[in-house]
Design a protein. Structure first.
Length: 243
């Protein structure tokens, strides 16, 4: 289901008007798109927390949810775009041009020491360098330990990040764009965007629309949580040692 302007009115904005008894005058396209996007981001946040081994990514994107960056000799901190909702993995390019996955840092593994104490500093107080084996994520920044050294890593495109990202949000000009969701759930965005309008002008419709959104959201989360049907699940026997 596309956003707007379908030849036979089979679009999200038309469905919103049907749900709200509204028009583009009483409920402008700009306001509809705003509320669609607000609900869409909230919905994708729930999906990301529920997806299985086959992770969610908006089908409107033409690239994969991963990115590369250049490492700097001796630099621990690297920032990334706020559109990345979750970091899934960090990889470092070794001297053989192979990306090696590194581990997230658990401070409990540092034996009560700070990272500087644990990984060490040189005589000038700068972080020790080498091949990074751990990363620590704080907000939109990751810190590598130890800091990269050109003698141990390939600096150019030396860090690769796997991430989950926000959906490809709509603009008012994206009339033919469809949501990056299974087509059977496209209409959930119309219900989600209808609720804010109805809270002001059609309050008797809010509760049933909220119930419908809840029902569809549960179905959508179930879909993503069990989407990896092609992956064979094997049950193995656990060895029990008798003393």
């Amino acid at each position: 289901m596309q956003l707007d302007g379908h030849a036979t009115n089979q679009d999200i904005n038309t469905l919103i008007d049907d749900l709200c008894d509204s028009t583009d005058t009483s409920y402008s396209v700009e306001k509809k798109v705003l509320n669609i996007n607000v609900f869409y981001e909230e919905l994708v946040g729930k999906i990301i927390n529920a997806d299985g081994t086959w992770q969610y990514d908006d089908t409107n994107y033409t690239d994969h949810p991963r990115g590369k960056g250049t490492l700097v000799e001796g630099q621990e901190d690297y920032s990334f775009s706020s559109e990345y909702l979750q970091i899934e993995a960090i990889e470092i390019l070794n001297l053989n041009t192979v990306y090696v996955r590194i581990d997230p840092l658990d401070h409990q593994e540092l034996k009560g020491l700070s990272p500087q104490e644990y990984f060490g500093v040189d005589s000038s107080g700068n972080p020790n360098k080498g091949f990074p084996r751990y990363f620590d994520q704080v907000g939109d920044t990751i810190r590598l330990y130890p800091a990269p050294a050109s003698t141990s890593v390939t600096l150019t495109k030396g860090i690769r990040t796997w991430f989950k990202r926000r959906p490809d949000l709509f603009t008012t000009s994206d009339t033919t764009q469809e949501p990056g969701l299974p087509s059977s759930y496209h209409h959930i965005l119309a219900y989600g965007a209808a609720i804010p309008y109805c809270m002001k002008y059609k309050k008797d419709r809010v509760a049933p629309y909220q119930a419908r959104v809840k029902e569809m959201t549960e179905g959508l989360l179930e879909h993503y949580a069990h989407r990896e049907k092609a992956k064979r699940k094997i049950i193995s026997m656990k060895e029990i040692n008798y003393i």
